[in-house]
Design a binder for this molecule. Structure first.
Ligand SMILES: [Zn+2]
Length: 313
């Protein structure tokens, strides 16, 4: 993968989570994706899954596996909405195998092929800078990052996107952890990356600091996590992902959609302002936790629906 700019840009990879350094002892880079020689993997033309979505086609087993997760995503309302918007963008999306490294045996990321085209015209490209000791002195976790301008600005237009993702790495992780933490489901990881992709494809990329909670890392992660929490519920899960610092459950007091909207109002309103159509479609998902619905109601865009049934799916 090559980028037209060489700066170590924050946009170069949107990840499903911080590298799972904690799992390196149980899941190493060996195995999963490297069983096929490299030249063979590179050979075949990508498989056209649907419209503008392509999957790396060698080995065919990889393509079939990814297609299965895309099929699963399309069984949900939020998944159909996401794929509809990806189609509308008319930019190409390619999904190819993630290759585990020693530092990040399990990860996935979405990279715009033309990074500056993912940003709106004139918007500053940002990069993550650790707050470090200075932040520590101010009472902020030294591991937190703030997003600072690289000096480049967006050119707009939307970018084709490549997602590096391998469902087998997540299945292996789940097997070894013997549980599925929020955010770790292979379908949900792909959904999360596709939210990043869709925003870049529409030149809506905005990786500003989420001042409400530095553990979100940036606005793109906030959007992807919020949307994936709606998707999770449509898939029947009730535990939700808290932030971008791992796969911890969302705390009980924020499981209330109204309380969550109250806390993250600036970010949710920002998303509505830039992608109102997409947000409103997700807002109509009648899942229990849906802060986008709260926002839509507050903005007079929809009526409050009847209470959600407590019946378990
Ligand atoms: Zn992400």
């Amino acid at each position: 993968m090559s980028f037209p700019i060489q700066s170590k840009s924050a946009i170069a990879g949107r990840t499903a989570g911080r590298p799972h350094s904690c799992v390196s002892s149980v899941l190493t880079a060996a195995g999963v994706a490297d069983s096929v020689p490299k030249e063979k993997r590179m050979a075949a033309a990508p498989f056209n899954y649907i419209d503008n979505i392509f999957i790396h086609d060698n080995p065919v087993a990889y393509r079939r596996e990814v297609a299965r997760y895309l099929d699963l995503i399309r069984t949900t309302g939020s998944g159909r909405t996401l794929i509809k918007f990806i189609k509308m963008s008319a930019r190409k999306l390619l999904i190819k195998p993630y290759h585990p490294t020693q530092e990040a045996p399990v990860n996935a990321f979405a990279s715009p092929d033309i990074p500056l085209a993912a940003y709106p015209v004139g918007a500053p490209e940002l990069q993550a800078v650790k707050v470090g000791i200075i932040g520590g002195l101010l009472g902020v976790d030294p591991k937190a990052v703030v997003m600072l301008p690289t000096g480049n600005v967006g050119v707009g237009g939307g970018s084709p996107v490549t997602i590096d993702y391998h469902p087998a790495t997540y299945r292996e992780l789940i097997k070894r952890k013997r549980r599925i933490d929020p955010g770790d489901g292979p379908g949900e990881v792909l959904f999360h990356e596709m939210v990043h992709a869709m925003r870049a494809m529409f030149a809506k990329f905005s990786d500003t600091t989420v001042v409400e909670n530095l553990h979100m890392d940036d606005f793109e992660e906030f959007c992807a996590i919020l949307a994936q929490n709606i998707y999770r519920q449509e898939r029947g899960f009730t535990s939700l992902r808290r932030d971008h610092w791992g796969h911890v459950r969302l705390e009980a007091d924020l499981l209330d959609s109204g309380a969550y909207y109250e806390k993250y109002r600036p970010s949710i309103d920002k998303w509505f302002a830039s992608q109102g159509g997409f947000c409103l479609e997700l807002a109509r998902s009648n899942v229990k936790f849906n802060p986008l619905r709260e926002a839509a109601i507050a903005k007079g865009l929809m009526e409050r629906p009847p209470p959600v049934s407590m019946r378990l799916p």
